[in-house]
Design a protein around this ligand. Structure first.
Ligand SMILES: [Zn+2]
Length: 350
């Protein structure tokens, strides 16, 4: 048996010398390290050998086995290493090749304004809600104190989908929806503050400052002790954050069907700092938004008790703010997706 083992070793050594690639190695492995290898045959026949011989053969067989497996493994490693080397050589980076010209996009100026205003109000504790642009007459008008036939509906020439459905003319539809939801909640304290934003549609004349589709941010807060002072503080804070610390606000009495009292809010002209220029028509002031305290009728129409709940509301034209903030003259620039126009906003808020 020892002789047999010597022969196996000799044959293996001769075979392994001629191995040149992994396929040939696999063949040798199959013959010398497989289940039916000559080594295994010898080990099987050991059962019938004498004890002394068993011992000597066992030691030798172990030596042969270690030798065979060791050689196969090291050759295997060598082939793997060569393969990897070849692969790395093929994938070598050519540093002389010209680089790719990656173009970075920029945020749209309207989105920049929305993000900025959302940040301000989120910090103040307002919720952000998404609304629907497709709205019932009920939530767009009736629950906001604009019954059918009300003359103020003319202020907002409306696109009707059918007799009862419109493309919303303001984001205030979400105020009606949330007040109605609040009335159904049955909570003891009726406190809620939220802003919604999105597209609104009106059949306004198209000119440089008006478009039939534009964006609004609408906000409201309701609670037991909401006052006009709260409204003034919130709007002043927002304008200072949005434009500059030196910005002052001025409130002028106005009319909106859903607020009482209602005010238009002006800010000191950001071009001339209030001194008077062409932009502000030499008044030093620029109109920026509409607001007021939510009318008791609106509170009632949405299922709440005006004796228990009061509220403030405001609506901001996103395009208007963006035009003032970035000095844009034509509202259509926002919708034409001219790369040259959009690229100017690369360094704002990105
Ligand atoms: Zn001015």
């Amino acid at each position: 048996m020892l002789k047999q083992l010597e022969n196996i070793l000799k044959n293996f050594n001769e075979k392994i010398k001629s191995v040149k690639n992994p396929t040939e190695l696999e063949e040798v492995k199959k013959v010398y390290a497989g289940k039916e290898s000559p080594l295994n045959e010898v080990l099987k026949s050991m059962k019938s050998a004498a004890v002394e011989e068993k011992k000597a053969v066992g030691v030798k067989a172990n030596e042969v086995k270690t030798h065979i497996f060791g050689h196969i493994n090291s050759l295997n490693e060598k082939f793997k290493h060569e393969e990897l080397k070849k692969q790395l050589e093929n994938e070598k980076v050519d540093l002389s090749m010209p680089g790719l010209n990656l173009k970075m996009g920029s945020k749209h100026p309207l989105n920049l304004v929305i993000e900025e205003i959302s940040d301000i109000f989120t910090e103040l504790g307002f919720d952000m809600v998404a609304g629907t642009e497709y709205e019932t007459d009920d939530f767009c008008f009736q629950k906001l104190n604009l019954p059918i036939g009300h003359p103020a509906r003319d202020m907002q020439d409306t696109f009707y989908i059918d007799n009862n459905t419109v493309l919303r003319t303001h984001c205030t539809n979400m105020t009606a929806r949330m007040l109605t939801d609040l009335s159904k909640l049955g909570a003891k304290e009726k406190n809620l503050a939220a802003i919604s934003f999105g597209n609104v549609y009106r059949r306004d004349d198209d000119d440089a400052t008006h478009s039939h589709q534009f964006m609004q941010i609408d906000g409201f807060a309701v609670g037991k002790k909401i006052s006009f002072a709260n409204l003034k503080w919130i709007l002043e804070y927002m304008c200072k954050r949005l434009f500059s610390e030196n910005t002052e606000i001025r409130m002028r009495p106005s009319y909106f069907p859903f607020t009482e009292p209602s005010v238009e809010v002006d800010i000191t002209c950001i071009t001339c700092q209030g001194k008077g220029c062409k932009i502000c028509k030499f008044t030093g002031w620029i109109e920026i938004l509409g607001s007021g305290l939510i009318a008791p009728e609106v509170i009632e129409l949405n299922g709440l008790d005006p004796k228990e709940v009061g509220g403030l509301a405001f609506g901001i034209g996103v395009e208007r703010v963006a035009m003032l903030k970035y000095g844009i003259k034509n509202i259509r620039d926002f919708y034409e997706n001219d790369i040259k126009f959009l690229n100017q906003f690369k360094f704002f808020g990105n």
